[in-house]
Ligand binder design. Structure first.
Ligand code: FBP
Length: 551
């Protein structure tokens, strides 16, 4: 890849580290908390994680540790969707390992967990790391969505770990990948394999967070990138005064991205999937809310506006959830449906096999949406929501309802809508200073946890609304963040996804303003991420994080 002027400057950016990490390795020490269990499912988890359950959380503090410095061989895996800052986790890990001992080796497994199973690795040298510092993307080694599930896969993972004589492997991923990290750590201990396993919290969706993980990395940069684009569209909308922009935003399940973007840009409407599910709102209810904003604004002469839609919305609308669930089951069990390429045949077949309510709903959907709902499933058998153009579905339904209102004389405005989807645009942006610093600190923290001999832990850095020097690094046993959930008919240990809390401060802040935003033009234009300049502009965390910490 060609190197831009900004990239050259970013190579020289020195990520800020918490004071407790910014010391010679023999002055970095660990303080252990009280051994702790999971919030729920303790009995099952204790049985599944015989060796790794009930360990204490640790804080990294300043102090003599008396640890002998020795060269370490560590593997690293990037797992799942790209998130800005992944390269800095690797840079922090690399620098930590080399501060610990200059002969340490870092191996990057290529293309995600499959690279680990197939022992496809690259030695990450200083020269390589230097060309990726503070850059977006995961291209240093690539990523993938393979899950380590079967006994054969666990055994292949152990074979690589033993062959490469790995002291540790760091898995950088979301809730599923970190669940995998916990299972792998337990498996290795059980089989006497000395490789430690450490997780790192990644996902732009922001849904890997809890008491110990304040935010997942990548969320900060992604929401700021989308907010810049939304703000620009808002200004265009207010200038042209002729379009309604319907903007769908990534976020597989949770609506954190849409909510943060709404707090940053103050659109006319932002739908929140978790609220739709809690209030059991139907598609008709949602269209009612959208039309109320359109008609009220039109009455004041404003035939323009901006609507934000979380990509997971479709699965949170009760009747759509039921339809998608039935489609998932039918596609998993009937090859005539999953392998068919003729849409008319599929519709005829579905008419006979869906429940009456779902069949009616399916028939009422535009052909494009029907086809998207029948597209290939992800490796877990779920519909790929990033491929469903919910924004177009909503525009079509709003147009229909407005036509009815026009006939009855209740509306006389003009409605011309444009559809957008922002997702991939934000996943590989240059990490904001926050993500650059946070990720580097996470990587360095992972090194300290490895040097201390821990396994089955996730790197955690807290106190993130304070200046980076006051951040608090540490480690949390992965099993502490787990519970048991029904997945594909079986009870499985998983790290709980953090959805938007309707009682949480970010949602309440939004809910207190949205009636005004729906009618008036209150747009705010945040502008692009600033990498150089005063800290008030360059180093601010998200509004979500600030509101959550204030609460
Ligand atoms: P992760 O949870 O793996 O971080 O990925 C999140 C995400 O960006 C979602 O927002 C989106 O639905 C999905 O990945 C898209 O996946 P893909 O990259 O496979 O198209």
């Amino acid at each position: 890849m060609e190197v831009s002027a900004l990239q050259k400057e970013r190579y020289n950016y020195k990520p800020k580290l918490p004071a407790d990490l910014n010391r010679p390795p023999d002055r970095i020490s660990l303080e252990f908390g009280a051994p702790a269990g999971a919030a729920s499912g303790e009995g099952d988890l204790r049985a599944l994680f015989k060796h790794s359950y009930g360990k204490p959380p640790v804080s990294i503090v300043t102090g003599r540790n008396g640890m002998e410095s020795r060269p370490l061989t560590v593997g690293v895996i990037l797992s799942g969707g790209q998130a800005p800052g992944g390269h800095n986790v690797i840079a922090g890990l690399f620098d930590g390992l080399h501060r610990g001992h200059p002969d340490s080796v870092l191996l990057g497994f290529k293309g995600g967990p499959s690279g680990f199973l197939e022992d496809n690795a690259l030695e990450i040298t200083g020269e390589i790391v230097d060309t990726y510092r503070n850059t977006g993307g995961f291209d240093i080694i690539g990523s993938g969505r393979t899950k380590i599930e079967s006994p054969e896969q666990f055994s292949a993972a152990m074979k690589t770990a033993r062959k490469r004589k790995l002291d540790a492997v760091v898995i950088i991923g979301g809730d599923d990948s970190n669940t995998n990290a916990a299972l792998l750590a337990e498996y290795f201990i059980d089989r006497g394999c000395p490789t430690q396993v450490i997780g790192c919290p990644k996902t732009i969706d922001g849904d890997l967070k809890n008491e110990y993980i304040e935010t997942s990395f990548g969320f900060d940069t992604a929401v700021k990138t989308y907010s810049e684009l939304i703000g620009n569209i808002e200004r265009d909308a207010a200038s042209a005064r002729k379009y309604w922009h319907f903007i769908r935003l990534m976020g597989r399940s949770a609506s954190h991205i849409a909510l943060e973007c709404a707090l940053q840009t103050q659109p006319n409407v932002c739908l929140i999937s978790e609220e739709v599910a809690a209030k059991k709102l139907s598609l008709e209810d949602i269209i009612g809310e959208l039309c109320a904003s359109v008609t009220k604004r039109a009455a004041g002469g404003d035939n323009f506006g901006v609507v934000l839609i979380p990509e997971g919305l479709i699965e949170f609308v009760p009747e759509m959830r039921k339809l998608i669930g039935e489609l998932n089951d039918l596609m998993a069990t009937h090859t005539e449906l999953s392998e068919s390429t003729n849409y008319a045949d599929e519709v005829r077949w579905l008419e006979k096999n869906l429940s009456p309510g779902s069949s009616e709903l399916f028939k009422s959907l535009p052909v494009d949406i029907g086809q998207e709902l029948l597209a290939d499933r992800d490796p877990h058998g779920n519909v790929q929501v990033s491929r469903i153009e919910t924004e177009k579905l909503l525009i079509g339904m709003v147009e229909e309802k407005l036509a009815g209102l026009k006939k009855s004389g209740a509306y006389s405005g003009k409605f011309s809508a444009l559809a957008h989807f922002f997702g991939y645009e934000g996943r590989c942006a240059f990490p904001s200073n926050f993500d650059a610093d946070y990720c580097y600190s996470l990587g360095f923290t992972a090194f300290v946890l490895i040097a201390a001999g821990l396994t089955g832990y996730i790197a955690s850095v807290r106190n993130l609304t304070a200046p980076a020097s006051e951040w608090l690094p540490g480690g949390v046993p992965l099993t502490m963040m787990m519970n048991m959930e029904q997945r594909h008919g079986a009870s499985k240990p998983v790290i709980k996804k953090a959805l938007v809390e309707l009682e949480g401060a970010p949602f309440k802040a939004f809910a207190s303003m949205r009636e005004k935003w729906a009618v008036e033009t209150c747009f705010t234009v945040p502008g692009g991420i600033q990498y150089f300049g005063p800290p008030e502009v360059c180093d601010q965390p998200t509004k979500t994080l600030k509101l959550e910490k204030q609460a």
